[in-house]
Ligand binder design. Structure first.
Ligand SMILES: C[S@@+](CC[C@H](N)C(=O)[O-])C[C@H]1O[C@@H](n2cnc3c(N)ncnc32)[C@H](O)[C@@H]1O
Length: 250
C-alpha cells in the first residue's frame, strides 16, 4: 500500500498526499516512540493474522479495492497495458500471481490459453476470488504464504506490491522461495531511486529497492515505470522489474 507521502511504518490510509513537515528533534523522538509502541501488536502476531486483519478491516482504506489504493484501475493503468505483451515476449505459458489480492485489476486481463494461478495469504480472499473468477476453470486460486509455502510451478511469478509490506528477512526468504519453485522469471515491485531498504515489521509499509542491499538483485531484464503521478512525486520511481529467477538469492 502506498498512500502516505512518506513511509510512516504503519498501515497507511488513502488520502491526499502532502509532504511531511520537517520535524523538530523532540517531535521525531516522540514519533519514533509512538511507532515502536504501535508495532508491538504486529510483532506478536503471525503474518497470516496480520493480513487477515488488514483484509477484515479494509485497513488500506480504499473504497475501490480491499488491496488498497495501489490496486485501483487508475494506479494499475500501466501494468494492465504492459503485462499481456510482456508475457507474450517471454513465452510465458503459466503465471503465478502471488499475492493476487482481490483481483481488482488483473481480473480484467484476458490470459487466453495461459494458465493463471492466483494466491494470497488471506484464505477468505482466496475463497472469494475462486467464487467470483474461478468458475470457468482457466483461473485457479490457492491459499499460500510466499514466505513459507512451497509454490506451484509456473513460468512467471508476479509479485506486485507485496514485499513492500514484508520485513527484510521475510523478503529474502520469499525471494529464495521463488527461486526454489523453479520459475523462470520474477516480476516484482521495486522503487529504483531508494538507496537503502529500511527494515519494517511485516504488515507495515515502506518502498523497497530490490537492487539495493540486503537483496542486491542484478539489473533486471526489464524495468517498467508504473507512472504514478502523485502530487508530491514520492512514488515517481515506482517500477515493476522483471528478473531471471535463476539469479535470485539461493
Ligand atoms: C497491496 S495488496 C497487492 C495485491 C495485488 N498484488 C495487486 O497488485 O493488487 C497486498 C496483498 O498481499 C497479501 N500478502 C501479504 N503477505 C503475503 C504473503 N506472505 N504471502 C501471500 N500473500 C501475502 C495480502 O493479503 C494482500 O492481499
Amino acid at each position: 500500500m502506498h498512500a502516505t507521502a512518506r513511509p510512516d511504518f504503519t498501515v497507511p490510509a488513502c488520502g491526499p498526499h502532502v509532504a511531511a513537515p520537517t520535524g523538530v528533534m523532540v517531535l521525531d523522538l516522540m514519533r519514533g516512540a509512538v511507532r515502536l509502541l504501535r508495532s508491538v501488536p504486529r510483532r506478536l502476531r503471525s503474518r497470516q493474522a496480520i493480513f487477515n486483519r488488514i483484509y477484515a478491516t479494509n485497513g488500506w482504506g480504499s473504497q475501490e479495492s480491499v488491496s488498497g489504493c495501489g490496486s485501483t484501475l487508475r494506479e494499475t493503468r500501466v501494468i494492465r497495458q504492459v503485462l499481456p505483451p510482456l508475457i507474450e515476449r517471454y513465452g510465458v505459458r503459466s503465471l503465478l500471481d502471488i499475492p493476487c489480492g482481490d483481483c481488482n485489476w488483473i481480473s480484467s486481463i484476458d490470459f487466453g490459453t495461459q494458465t493463471y494461478i492466483g494466491a494470497d495469504i488471506v484464505g477468505e480472499l482466496v475463497q472469494r476470488n475462486q467464487a467470483a473468477f474461478g468458475g470457468s476453470g482457466d483461473r485457479t486460486f490457492m491459499h499460500l504464504d510466499i514466505v513459507r509455502d512451497p509454490l506451484p510451478a509456473a513460468d512467471l511469478v508476479l509479485c506486485r506490491d507485496c514485499m513492500i509490506h514484508l520485513s527484510n528477512a521475510d523478503v529474502l526468504t520469499a525471494l529464495r522461495n521463488v527461486r526454489r519453485s523453479g520459475a523462470k522469471y520474477l516480476l516484482a515491485t521495486t522503487y529504483t531511486a531508494r538507496p537503502t531498504n529500511p527494515d519494517i515489521v511485516t504488515g507495515d509499509w515502506r518502498p523497497i529497492n530490490l537492487q539495493a542491499a540486503p537483496f542486491s538483485l542484478a539489473r533486471p531484464l526489464e524495468l517498467i515505470s508504473e507512472e504514478w503521478d502523485w502530487a508530491d512525486g514520492y512514488h515517481a520511481d515506482k517500477c515493476i522489474g522483471l528478473w531471471d529467477a535463476r539469479g535470485l538469492p539461493a
